[in-house]
Structure formats: structure tokens, C-alpha cells
Design a protein around this ligand. Structure first.
Ligand code: NAD
Length: 332
């Protein structure tokens, strides 16, 4: 232990084979990875981690008091996409870099969105249910679009939205998107047409949600936005459950206001057993698994180590959360 220059505490993890790949990356910065369980009492946690040069955090709250007691910490990495467990203002005051790895499963989520779209379009799950009910009809008794000349509307053209667009274009779909924070040039580069939300709802045969959950996007799909969609429209959500008002969606699916939904995320997870969406013929649900692949799971432990090592070695991480203090961090 004494041979190492830095200490990095990985909070809330058991020592395991998986974190050996994190240690391997930290070796580059001469840093020792120390896995710890979060003690019940905050004071104990502070005593354990106060000499940290870096922290890797899963779910534990790293509040102002904890941050104020860190003697020399340079970097806190949050293993998921969100970073609300960390008090950013307190970290900013101490020039601690907050890092996350939001790009880890971009491909997987885009693949999943396409898988849901294709499943709904090709009626795979519906056909399987029919077959299980002893109905075999190659001439499908449903409206089936051919994708060609049809339109996919993407809400949120960020990392995952852009990857979904790329895949959809290769399936001959025309892609339009609503993203008020990306400019025309950004859209053109992706061969996607910039539209407003109303136009997207009216024109799309398929709608795929890829925006973050925030005040603007919470229940962005609701009774009134659903009413603008085509009756044949299929909606796909791999972003966050609460961007859709589920009660309104269930009503729209039951009343034929729209034709189907493919959902990887729900307002409540895991859902109540009696959530109607779990047993509807025109809805398919997956268990918030869009990010999952053996590759993405394996890579994450490597990335946690390499991102922390970068900061300890004086380099900018791939994704700095508190960009507003980047000048103060003096990273190359
Ligand atoms: P990103 O930040 O790269 O992209 C989000 C895009 O949404 C940005 O381009 C942003 O400008 C846009 N946006 C912001 N507010 C908007 C609004 N009001 N209306 C329309 N667009 C808006 O994020 P990402 O990596 O593409 O991830 C997108 C979302 O996917 C995440 O926020 C997360 O909730 C979800 N996600 C889900 C899984 C899963 O397993 N299902 C895994 C990873 C991420």
C-alpha cells in the first residue's frame, strides 16, 4: 500500500474479480483502489475516506459535509449516468473534478430502441402470443408498415438519439427530430431534419424518446401530445419512464389513439404486477435492460479506472460533469 502515490476508494463495492480491471487502469496513475462498504454513520465514512485522492461512487450520498472533510481529493467518479448523489456545489468550491461515463452503453441503448421498433413493426411479440394461442396467420391481421418512406421522430438527438438515427437511416426510414438544444448544422451532419415537437408528433410513424428526464421533459408524452399522433403511430421509450404519462398512454393504447408502445422504462420500476402495460397486446416491455451487454458491463470497470487515472495524472477525463470549473482544475 505504501508504494502507491494515490488512494482511490470505491464506495459500496465488494472486492471482486471485476474491479481488478479498475485497479489495472489505476496502476497507470500509481493509485491503489480500496473497496469499502458504506458505514451506517456518516462520521465513520468520513474517517474512512478523508485521505482519498479519488472516489468512485455507486449510490452513496456524497453530501457537502463529506466533501468538506476530504483533505486532498481531486476526482469523484459516479458509476452511473446521473450524478445527483454528489453535491456539485461543494465539489466546485474544492476544485474536485466530477466525472461520469454516460457513453458506456450508447450502442446498446440505440440497438435496443431499434429492436423495440422492429419488434413492434414486424409484430414479433404479437405473433408469438397468437401462436401460443394456436393462431398461425402468415398474412398478418395487423397494419404493418414497411419502414421505407415512413418517418421516425426522435425526441432528444444526443448520443443515443444520434446512434438510433444512424441505424434507422440504414433501414430506409426518414428521420426527423425535436431537440431544442442542437443546431441546424448538428442535425445536417446526422442527415436528420430539425422539427418542432408538434410537427414531430403529427408526422411520425414511429416516435423514439432519447431526452433526459427533467422539468421540461417530465410527461412530455401525455393526453394532449398523444392526441396529435397518428392512430397508426408506435412509440418507443428507452430514456426514463416519467417522460411518458403512463395513465394517458394506457388510455391511448386501449382507445386506439395510437397503435403500440415498446417500453424499456416505466414510471415505477419494478412495476406493480397489475400494471396494465405488462399484459396488453399492443405493448412490449423490457426490464430497463437497454444498456446491458456483456461487453458494456465488462468495459465499465475498465473505464471507471481509466477516467480516474486520467485526472490523477493531470489529464481531462472524457466527460467532466462540472465543466464550469474546468479552468480551475488545470487539467491538460
Ligand atoms: P445525451 O445527453 O447525449 O442526449 C440527450 C439529448 O436530449 C441532448 O441532445 C439534449 O439536447 C436533448 N434534450 C434535452 N432537453 C430536451 C428537451 N426538452 N426536448 C428534447 N430534447 C432535449 O444523453 P444520451 O446519452 O443520449 O442519453 C439519453 C437518455 O437515455 C438519458 O438521459 C437516460 O435517461 C437514458 N438512458 C437509458 C438507458 C437504459 O438502459 N434504458 C441507458 C442509458 C441512458
Amino acid at each position: 500500500m505504501n508504494d502507491y502515490k494515490f488512494k482511490v476508494y470505491y464506495i459500496d463495492i465488494q472486492d471482486s474479480d471485476e474491479i481488478k480491471s479498475t485497479q489495472k487502469q489505476l496502476d497507470v496513475a500509481n493509485a491503489k483502489l480500496i473497496p469499502i462498504k458504506t458505514p451506517k454513520v456518516e462520521k465513520e465514512l468520513i474517517n474512512k475516506i478523508k485521505d482519498a485522492d479519488g472516489l468512485i461512487v455507486v449510490e452513496s450520498q456524497i453530501n457537502e459535509n463529506i466533501i468538506n472533510n476530504l483533505e486532498k481529493c481531486k476526482v469523484i467518479l459516479r458509476t452511473g449516468v446521473g450524478f445527483d448523489v454528489i453535491n456539485i456545489n461543494a465539489a466546485n468550491k474544492k476544485n474536485i473534478a466530477i466525472v461520469n461515463v454516460p457513453d458506456l452503453w450508447t450502442r446498446e441503448v440505440a440497438n435496443h430502441a431499434m429492436a423495440l421498433l422492429l419488434n413492434l413493426n414486424r409484430k414479433i411479440s404479437i405473433s408469438q402470443r397468437d401462436i401460443q394461442n394456436h393462431v398461425w396467420t402468415p398474412t398478418l391481421p395487423y397494419k404493418v408498415g414497411s419502414l421505407y418512406k415512413e418517418t421516425l421522430g426522435i425526441i432528444g438527438l444526443g448520443r443515443i438519439g444520434s446512434e438510433t438515427a444512424k441505424r434507422a437511416i440504414s433501414f430506409d426510414l426518414n428521420v426527423i427530430a425535436y431537440d431544442p438544444y442542437q443546431n441546424e448544422e448538428y442535425f445536417n451532419k446526422r442527415k436528420v431534419t430539425k422539427v418542432n415537437l408538434e410537427e414531430l408528433l403529427i408526422k411520425s410513424d414511429y416516435i423514439s424518446l432519447h431526452c433526459p428526464l427533467n422539468k421540461e421533459t417530465s410527461h412530455i408524452i401525455n393526453k394532449s401530445t398523444l392526441s396529435l399522433m397518428k392512430k397508426s403511430a408506435l412509440i418507443i421509450n428507452t430514456s426514463r419512464g416519467p417522460v411518458i404519462n403512463e395513465k394517458d398512454l394506457i388510455e391511448a393504447l386501449n382507445d386506439g389513439e395510437i397503435s403500440g408502445a415498446g417500453l424499456d422504462v416505466l414510471e415505477k420500476e419494478p412495476p406493480d404486477e397489475n400494471n396494465p402495460l405488462l399484459n396488453m397486446n399492443n405493448a412490449i416491455v423490457s426490464p430497463h435492460s437497454a444498456h446491458y451487454s456483456n461487453e458494456s458491463m465488462k468495459t465499465r470497470y475498465i473505464r471507471f479506472g481509466s477516467e480516474v487515472a486520467k485526472v490523477l495524472n493531470g489529464y481531462m477525463p472524457l466527460n467532466l460533469v462540472n465543466k464550469d470549473i474546468s479552468n480551475n482544475l488545470k487539467l491538460k
